[in-house]
Design a binder for this molecule. Structure first.
Ligand code: SR1
Length: 325
C-alpha cells in the first residue's frame, strides 16, 4: 500500500480496509455494482474485502461480524433485510467503524443511505408507459416486497393506479432468488396464459424484465406485449434492441457508478469528512427507440453518450480519483 499523496489520513498511507457486504451477488446489476466498487477502491488504494451475497440474512449478519473482527475501517452494506441487521450494524458503529448503506433502510442518522432515486425511476418509466399506451390498459406487475428499491418503486405504481383508474392490474407476481429471471419467466408464462388481455408489464428490475420477455417469446405473444423495466447492462441493451423485442424501455443508472459512489461515501466518512445522509444517483430513461437510433449496443457506448453513465458528482472530494470508467 502506497497511499494517495495529498489525501487525508488514513488514505495518505494506503491499505485502509473496507468491507463490501452484499445480500445479492448474482445478476448483471450486482456484478457491475461490485466491479465499480472494486475500481473505486483500487483508485483509493483501499484493501477491499468482498463478502458475496446469497440472499441469506443469517449469513449477511455473520459476514458483518467477520468484517468487524478483521478490523475494517468501513463497511458498505448492499441490500439486505433491515430487521436482521440493526444490532450487528450497531456493534460496528460502537467500534468506530463507518457504515454506508445502499438500498437497505438502516434508519440510523450515522449511516449515509445511497439510492438511485427510485421514485423518479418509477415515475419516468410510467410516464413512458402512458406515452406509448395511454392510461387505460390491462397490466401485469412484477414485485417482491421487502427490498427497499422495489418498495419505493411500488409506492409510485400504487399512486399511478389510483390516479389512472383505467389501468387494471390483472396479476402481480415475482421472485427474487439466484435464478430470478428464469423463475420469473415460469410465473410470467402462467400469468400471461391466464390473462391474454394483458398488454403492458411493469417489471422494475432487469432480471424481472428478462424473465417476462422470455415468457412472451416462448408463448409467441411478444408482438402484443410491452415491457417496462429498471436497470441496464450490456446484455439488457442487446435484449432491448433486438428485432421484435417486447422490452421497450428501461430507466437506469450505471450500477458501476453506484458502486463507486458507495465506496467514496465510505472513504469520506473514514476521513472524517462531511457526507450527506441521503446520497442519490439519478437514473436516465432509455427507450428501445432511442437506443436503436443512437446505435448503442453496450453500457460502455452508453457511457460515452450519457455523462451520468460514466461518473457521478455524488460523494466526491478533490483527493478522490473519480474517473474510473
Ligand atoms: C431485488 S432489488 C433489485 C434492485 O436493486 C437495485 O436497486 C437495482 O436497481 C435492482 O432493480
Amino acid at each position: 500500500a502506497d497511499g494517495l499523496s495529498g489525501a487525508p489520513a488514513p488514505f495518505d498511507k494506503g491499505g485502509v480496509k473496507v468491507a463490501l457486504i452484499s445480500y445479492i451477488s448474482a445478476g448483471d446489476f450486482f456484478q457491475a455494482y461490485q466491479a465499480g466498487a472494486e475500481a473505486q477502491a483500487k483508485a483509493l488504494d483501499i484493501d477491499l474485502r468482498i463478502f458475496p451475497g446469497r440472499q441469506d440474512a443469517a449469513e449477511q449478519r455473520e459476514q458483518i461480524l467477520q468484517a468487524i473482527n478483521l478490523g475494517v475501517s468501513g463497511i458498505v452494506i448492499d441490500h439486505g433485510l433491515p430487521e436482521s441487521l440493526g444490532d450487528v450494524v450497531q456493534q460496528a458503529l460502537d467500534k468506530g467503524i463507518k457504515v454506508v448503506a445502499f438500498d437497505v433502510n438502516l434508519n440510523n442518522p450515522k449511516i449515509p443511505q445511497v439510492e438511485q432515486s427510485d421514485h423518479e425511476l418509477a415515475s419516468l418509466a410510467l410516464e413512458q408507459v402512458v406515452k406509448d399506451n395511454g392510461n387505460s390498459f390491462n397490466a401485469g406487475y412484477v414485485y417482491v416486497a421487502g427490498f427497499a428499491p422495489l418498495d419505493r418503486r411500488n409506492e409510485v405504481w400504487d399512486k399511478f393506479k389510483s390516479d389512472n383508474k383505467g389501468v387494471v392490474e390483472k396479476a402481480r407476481f415475482g421472485n427474487v432468488s439466484d435464478t430470478t429471471a428464469t423463475s420469473t419467466a415460469d410465473q410470467a408464462k402462467a400469468v400471461l396464459t391466464a390473462n391474454p388481455d394483458i398488454s403492458v408489464v411493469f417489471a422494475p428490475y432487469d432480471e424481472f424484465a428478462r424473465g417476462v420477455k422470455l415468457a412472451a417469446n416462448d408463448l409467441g405473444i411478444a408482438s402484443k406485449l410491452k415491457i417496462y423495466s429498471a436497470d441496464v447492462s450490456t446484455a439488457d441493451i442487446q435484449e432491448i434492441i433486438e428485432e421484435g423485442s417486447p422490452w421497450v424501455a428501461t430507466v437506469a443508472t450505471n450500477p458501476a457508478v453506484v458502486g463507486a459512489v458507495s465506496i467514496r461515501a465510505a472513504a469520506l466518512e473514514i476521513a472524517g469528512q462531511t457526507v450527506p445522509h441521503q446520497i442519490t444517483v439519478k437514473p436516465t430513461l432509455l427507450t428501445q427507440e432511442s437506443l436503436r437510433a443512437a446505435g448503442v449496443k453496450t453500457i460502455e457506448e452508453l457511457a460515452e453518450k450519457i455523462p451520468a453513465f460514466s461518473t457521478s458528482d455524488a460523494a466526491t472530494a478533490s483527493w478522490i480519483p473519480d474517473k474510473l470508467f
